[in-house]
Design a binder for this molecule. Sequence first.
Ligand code: PLP
Length: 382
Amino acid sequence: MQNFKNIVNFIQELYQTQEFIPLHEPKFIGNEKKYLNDCIDSTFVSSVGVYVDKFEKEFASYVGSKYAVATVNGTSALHVSLIVADVQANDEVITQALSFVATCNAISYCGAKPVFVDVDLDTMGMSARALEDFLVKNCEIMNKKCINKRTKNTIKACVPMHTFGHPCKIDEIATICKKWYIVLVEDSAESLGSFYKKKHTGTFGKMGTFSFNGNKIITSGGGGAIVTDDRDLAKRLKHLTTTAKVPHNWEYVHDEIAYNYRMPNLNAALLVAQMESLEQFLTIKREIFQKYRQFFKEIKNIELIGEPQNAKSNYWLQAILFEDCKAKEEFLDFSNANGVMTRPIWKLLSELSMFRACQNDGLKNSKFLAQRVVNIPSGVIV
Ligand SMILES: Cc1ncc(COP(=O)(O)O)c(C=O)c1O
């Protein structure tokens, strides 16, 4: 308990307040109000406007992708990416059980089923070895398709996730996916500003998706984006996210059933301003990690999780690992009762009622982490 008191005191000192400390608060310290006012004055607040175009160009350039398509949120970005990856009813999509529910919801919107493989302990993201082991044991290639021998279904796509901003070994995953004719869609919702071997997360596969929800490193209130280097895919993504409207000045012609998933210009205005603060946020988050690191060096039985090898993490959410599961529960009670918000990592998706019947590989590391990892306050201090 003394340890817990010290941790809570340290966090209160770090954030210089005795009042409630949230896990991750958004910060609007730049041109947010200016661009929002400009957007309101223009009257183009909704589905068309210069801020959407400006954001898409700047975002693509930042992550080093040829194209970006802005969407209403990260879940819709994932959904439409999977559609474009040709994921259909009864197909299967390999993902990790240690993730936010949106990953599996998007797979389910397509009528497909998730298959769960384990994560690595050091990255908390999909394990390349677990992926390969699962494919070798359970799958075969027929007519350039990856067939799950147990279900006879096609494994169309693979969706790894960069947990809390720490990149997984995505280059190895990309190589395995290619070999097995599986489309790689990176769920990079949490990893804007994170690089693996100097390449931005989200740019290793066919498509990468991002979220700009209020809790993310930058926010548009709600919002998302898809990046790709494929011009035809980008065109198709834009078409599907804008109700498949055939361009015309006044006629309403739509050439297929599609989605109203485009990010409103108002949200994009906010996001363009947030992008201008991104580098500053990244620097501050790294400093916060260093301060936590100094502090946790002295704390027994709790480990602060740092960025994996070969990776530069955005340190979106700081995470600590408890040796003892009971101590973890006690810490959650103590910190939240004392005004410091902390949260356990997600319950494994394979344990939620909707996904309990989905195939998995035993998920040894996922189970270990799910019982021991806690997020601590990580918001930018300015
Ligand atoms: C891993 C992951 N995937 C997908 C999403 C979905 O993003 P959104 O909330 O913008 O729909 C989130 C975040 O919310 C997330 O953390």
